[in-house]
Structure formats: structure tokens, C-alpha cells
Design a protein around this ligand. Structure first.
Ligand code: MEV
Length: 454
């Protein structure tokens, strides 16, 4: 049916001409050799390419070494701006929140929302749970009763075998809180799992959980080999934590009498109703819910990254949680009750303030210092508030001026920077664009005109 004769892919021509075969032993090259190879193979101008990498490489070799060692094949550093949003009143305490993010308007919007709510009682939070989950996935086709009996007979021994690993976590108030064998055979033939529940104190806990799981899996296999025949031996398929943490959840909320939300009562009522409606739409309409939650994650990820936490884990867990009842919904909810406006967010957050990058990355240490070295629970509260504030700011703009106004102000400055405008030129042109729509060509034209008119 199909023509099997190989046809050249026009999109690959450039690549083929520069890199005709895979490179062997790349990881064994020195950093300088790796940079050379990438620059020569992929750089349009190898010398300029190398100069850019060099600019972003830290001049202090000791500091650069820290970053080089985070990953493999490091060439240089990829910078993100680290900013702060001050004036967050959370549970009666003032915070300055560090945010690492490239998107313009996010920090400004957070700061604005912080100020707005600090005049209305501030943000309140509640930890709804801190439980984390790990699973050992099993393949077993023998008698379910035999597997159950074996598991129950050995449960204490399995826990005992883990004691050297769990000891120090238990001293910090964490450890394994439950383990059970679960049959999943109705979903998948022969599929069982050992489900473990953990508390990990101030650590995010990924290493702790995965070490426990892999050690338990070994004890399980060893013990099983003396009970089961070789052809019915339960097989460990894999052991890994779950980034779905529906019982590691924090609630952040704000509320205020409706009449405090506008210049006069009728404006305030109109605004509050429209706001609540916008959130209701995001609860029911998945296309809107995804963008709505993206706005929440603008705030969440920025703090998660600044504090050295794993934003991929947080993102994966958050979106699974948003779809927990079978439909993707907004994470936040809003209502008006007894003339009071309520806006709140429930969000699963597995975070750590010890271990991992928190003790390695110098800026992460500083970010935690800005937050007065919070516990993991306190960080959950702060991150959830950053998400709610961001969500508030976005919906506030959407139901009033639209978001382009604020975005375009920052976009204009970015365009002007890219065009090499001076600070004075930026100021003059910004005024000009107060009423004019920002496009690349209009900005270019305005800058050229300004320079020609001088
Ligand atoms: C942009 O980064 C985020 C928003 O789209 C969020 C939203 O629509 O709620 C403004």
C-alpha cells in the first residue's frame, strides 16, 4: 500500500549536514570538549556560540562547580530571574515571597494581590493532610489467598527490615504510616500492589520513599522465594513513589465583605458576581479550567522553583488532582454567602525544606532565608497562597480590564530591551503606548522615529 522507498526528509537536511552520525562517549569528554563539540556541530557561529555559553558560566569556578554537578553534560547555566513579591499577610504573619519565573507580570500581579488582601485580613491557610504514597507493583497469577496470607504473615518483618532506613525519619516525626496489599486484578490481570503511606516531615521525601520501596521489594522477593514455587513466584515489576498526593493538600483562602470589593456597593456586587461566575465556568469547562489552573501554577511554580523543589512533580500531582472526580476542573472555588465574598484553593503540594537542592543551591538557601526558613508545612501554605494570589490577580483582570493591558506593559519593555532601547527611550515610548496597541513593528517604528527626530 505505502511506498516504502526512503524519501529524504527536507527538515533534516541541515542536521544531517552538521551531524552525520551519533557521537560516541560524549559523557566522557571534558566540559571544554563538550562545549567545543556542541558549538562546532550546532552553533551557527561556533565562536559566538561559545562566547554566549561563557558569559553565563559563573566566573567563580567554585560556584560554577556546584551547578555543573547538579546534572550531567553541563555546558553553562540557564538563568531565570529571581524576584520577590512583598507584603503577603498569611495567617497573621508577614512574608516576602521569592519567585523564580520568566513570565512578565507574574511578580507584579502577585504583589498587587498581596497588597489588596493585606488590607482585608490577609490570606488564611489550613493543612488538610501531608501523607505521601509509594507503590510496589506486582505481577502474580497464583492464589490470591496465598499471596494475602504471605503478605500478612510477613508485614512486620518487612517493616523491621526497613528500620535502619526509617529510624532517623521517625525521630523527625515521619516514617511509614501504613502498608497494605491491594488486588488490582479487575483492572489488569495478575496486577497487585503493595501500597505504602508515608509522612516525610520537612523533606519532600522522594529519596526516602524510593529507598524504602526498593528495600521492601527485595525483602518481599527474598521471603517469597521460600514460600512460592518458582512458577508462581510474585514478580516485582517496579517500585516507585507516586507524585499523586491527594492527601497532601493545603487550603488557602481569602474572604471579605462584598462591599469592600468596589468603589460603591453596586460596582462591588457586580464585580463579585462576575468573579464568582468566572470561577464557576472554570469548574465546569475543562478548556477554561486548564488556563485557569495555569494561572494558579504561575504563582505556585515560581515559588517551588525558587525554593529548590521539584516543579514537575508538583505539576503532575496538581493536574491529576484537578481531574480527581473524572473531569478536569479549576482548583479554586468562589462563592458569595451572607454578603461575604469567599475565594479558596485546595492544592496538593509535596514539598521539602531540607535535603535535595535546598542545601546545595546558594540561591535556594537565600530564598528559604527570605521566607524565614519555613518548615515543609509552612512552605505548603506559602506556595498555595502564591497560587491563590496569582489566580485572584488573573481573574480580577479578566473580568475587568482584560489581561492584555498589564501584559503589554511588560511586553513593551521586553521588546524595547531586545531592540537595544536606552532607559530614557523606554520611558518616552512607554508613555506613547499607553493608548496604542503594542506590536513588534509598531514598537520598532516608534523607536526609529524617536531616534530620527532627535
Ligand atoms: C497567563 O499566564 C495566565 C492566565 O491566562 C490565567 C487565566 O486565564 O486565568 C492569565
Amino acid at each position: 500500500m505505502s511506498n516504502t522507498k526512503a524519501r529524504p526528509n527536507p527538515y533534516l537536511c541541515y542536521q544531517i549536514s552538521r551531524m552525520s552520525k551519533p557521537i560516541e562517549g560524549f559523557s566522557k569528554l571534558t566540559k571544554a570538549e563538550k562545549i567545543n563539540w556542541v558549538a562546532e556541530t550546532h552553533g551557527e557561529s561556533p565562536s559566538e556560540f561559545k562566547a554566549t555559553l561563557d558569559t553565563y558560566n559563573h566566573s567563580d569556578p567554585e560556584i560554577q562547580k556546584i551547578h555543573d554537578e547538579f546534572i550531567e553534560n553541563t555546558l553553562t547555566n540557564h538563568y531565570l530571574p529571581l524576584g520577590v513579591a512583598p507584603n503577603f499577610l498569611i495567617d497573621g504573619k508577614w512574608y516576602t515571597i521569592p519567585m523564580a519565573i520568566e513570565e512578565s507580570s507574574v511578580v507584579a500581579a502577585a504583589s498587587k494581590a498581596a497588597k489588596f488582601w493585606s488590607n482585608r485580613g490577609g490570606f488564611k491557610t489550613e493543612i488538610l493532610g501531608t501523607e505521601k504514597v509509594g507503590q510496589i507493583h506486582l505481577n502474580y497469577h497464583g492464589s490470591a489467598k496465598k499471596l494475602n496470607d504471605f503478605f500478612n504473615d510477613n508485614k512486620l518483618k518487612f517493616l523491621n527490615d526497613l528500620s535502619s532506613i526509617t529510624e532517623s525519619m521517625e525521630r523527625r516525626g515521619g516514617g511509614i504510616k501504613n502498608l497494605q496489599l491491594i488486588s488490582k486484578t479487575t483492572a489488569l490481570d495478575g496486577y497487585y500492589q503493595i501500597d505504602l503511606r508515608f509522612e516525610t516531615a520537612d523533606a519532600m521525601g522522594a529519596n526516602f520513599i524510593n529507598t524504602c520501596l526498593e528495600t521492601l521489594a527485595k525483602s518481599f522477593t527474598n521471603a517469597a522465594s521460600s514460600v512460592f514455587e518458582a512458577d508462581e513466584l510474585p514478580e516485582v515489576v517496579m517500585s516507585i513513589l507516586s507524585n499523586y498526593v491527594p492527601n497532601c493538600v493545603v487550603r488557602a483562602s481569602v474572604s471579605a465583605p462584598v462591599d469592600q470589593l468596589g468603589a460603591d456597593l453596586s460596582e462591588a456586587q457586580l464585580y463579585a458576581k462576575k468573579f464568582v461566575r468566572a470561577v464557576a465556568i472554570a469548574r465546569e469547562e475543562p478548556y477554561r479550567a486548564v488556563t485557569h489552573n495555569k494561572g494558579i501554577m504561575n504563582g505556585v511554580d515560581a515559588v517551588v522553583i525558587a525554593t529548590g523543589n521539584d516543579f514537575r512533580a508538583v505539576e503532575a500531582g496538581v493536574h491529576a488532582y484537578a481531574a480527581k472526580d473524572g473531569k478536569y476542573r479549576s482548583l479554586s472555588q468562589a462563592k458569595i454567602e451572607n454578603d461575604t465574598f469567599h475565594f479558596y484553593l485546595d492544592i496538593p503540594l509535596a514539598l521539602g525544606t531540607v535535603g535535595g537542592l535546598t542545601s546545595l543551591h546558594p540561591l535556594v538557601k537565600r530564598s528559604l532565608e527570605i521566607l524565614d526558613k519555613p518548615s515543609a508545612k509552612e512552605l505548603m501554605r506559602i506556595v498555595a497562597v502564591a497560587g491563590l494570589a496569582q489566580n485572584f490577580a488573573a481573574i480580577n483582570s479578566l473580568v475587568t480590564t482584560g489581561i492584555q493591558k498589564g501584559h503589554m506593559k511588560m511586553h513593551l519593555l521586553n521588546l524595547l530591551s531586545a531592540l537595544g532601547a536606552t532607559e530614557a527611550e523606554k520611558q518616552t515610548i512607554s508613555k506613547q503606548f499607553n493608548e496604542q496597541i503594542v506590536t513588534n513593528s509598531a514598537v520598532k517604528e516608534a523607536l526609529t522615529k524617536l531616534r530620527n527626530d532627535r
